[in-house]
Design a protein around this ligand. Structure first.
Ligand code: SAM
Ligand code: DTB
Ligand code: SF4
Length: 321
């Protein structure tokens, strides 16, 4: 049984990432089987509870107020609409409901109370509740934990070296600090990144090193393939080779064997075969539903057909979660 390590080095990560593809996938699949049911995938559903108008300048993001995109601003959603969406997500087989808000950080007013009510409501439905609300302070992290939040998503996105090319309005250290507060409050950590933004392979190894050096590892590691959105600085990025996504997922699986590795944004641009390779390489979680936060995701029927074809089943709800 492979033991958990938190001291992976760049040369070690490079040596794994650049293995001949079949060797890499074989090794990742072997690790995957040691720690997880190989044909079971966790279904998560996203809902954008507050959309657009974000003051940050993340170069990939359609919700930044700095870019003119298709996204219309929407204030924080009412509680009942949010819970209605959570019920629909549960009916589609999702066991985790993820609420995303385009905030730099959590507002210190009644809106945070409403988010806490949303978390409590989702938990009462018997689902895992996840939030991604930007930066948190200690009190906010604790309040979310007290409301029963299962996980908090805050991505490192890329390597420390490449980060400044993508985001200038907050630092890498800000992100690490938020993750530490989430961990300290006893909430599980969901943190990953994006490929296809023009980063080098070495910069991908840098992201993987940061994630795998977190102690403990993030319980969830979302691997996003850039969805280029008109109006953002990344609109014209050439499409990344899907096999790079397979390599990224396989390497994440080997470095962080116990974590859920989520094949996240970008599935619309992947063939069934590419998605099958991602599952073989150790991805064991996806976002269900026809929309991510603001961009399209496969329809329910399309995913059902894919899962049936591959013999993949959705993970049943965790008793006690
Ligand atoms: N404002 C919060 C924050 O930044 O933490 C939460 C929402 S933000 C949209 C969550 C994550 O979605 C980002 O960190 C990024 O990794 C991912 N994301 C956003 N736009 C994307 C895109 N166009 N393609 C791929 N991933 C994207
Ligand atoms: C993550 O890593 N990916 C999700 C979730 N965490 C919040 C978001 C993807 C967003 C893709 C662009 C959009 O739909 O706006
Ligand atoms: Fe704002 Fe988050 Fe988008 Fe960055 S990724 S612009 S913080 S919503």
């Amino acid at each position: 049984m492979q033991s958990l390590r938190h001291d992976w080095t760049l040369p070690e990560i490079e040596a794994i990432y650049t293995l001949p593809l079949t060797e890499l996938v074989y090794r990742a699949a072997t690790v995957h089987r040691e720690f997880h049911a190989p044909n079971q995938v966790q279904g998560c559903m996203l809902l954008s509870i507050k959309t657009g108008g974000c003051p940050e300048d993340c170069g990939y993001c359609p919700q930044s107020a700095r870019y003119d995109t298709h996204v219309d601003h929407q204030p924080l959603m009412p509680l009942d609409e949010t819970l209605e969406a959570a019920r629909a997500a549960k009916a589609q087989g999702a066991t985790r409901f993820c609420m995303g808000a385009a905030w730099r950080d959590v507002p210190k007013d009644g809106r945070f109370e409403r988010v806490l009510d949303m978390v409590r409501g989702v938990r009462e439905l018997g689902m895992e509740a996840c939030c991604t609300l930007g930066m948190l302070n200690e009190e906010q992290a604790q309040a979310l934990a007290d409301a029963g939040l299962s996980a908090y998503n805050h991505n490192l996105d890329t390597s420390p070296e490449f980060y400044g090319n993508i985001i200038t309005t907050r630092t890498y250290q800000d992100r690490l600090n938020t993750l530490a507060r989430v961990r300290q409050a006893g909430i599980t950590v969901c943190s990953g990144g994006i490929i296809g933004m023009g980063e080098s392979r070495t910069q991908r190894y840098g992201l993987l090193r940061e994630l795998s050096n977190l102690t403990p590892h993030p319980e969830s590691v979302p691997v996003n393939l850039l969805v280029p959105v008109e109006g953002t600085p990344m609109a014209d990025r050439p499409k990344e080779d899907p096999l790079e996504l397979v390599r990224m997922i396989a390497t994440a699986r080997i470095l962080m064997p116990q974590s859920m590795v989520r094949l996240s944004a970008g599935r619309m641009s992947l063939s069934d075969e590419a998605q099958a390779m991602c599952f073989l390489a150790g991805a064991n979680s996806v976002f269900l539903g026809e929309k991510l936060l603001t961009t399209p995701n496969p329809e329910q029927d399309t995913d059902q057909a894919l899962f049936q074809k591959l013999g993949v089943t959705l993970q049943p709800a965790n008793v006690g979660n």
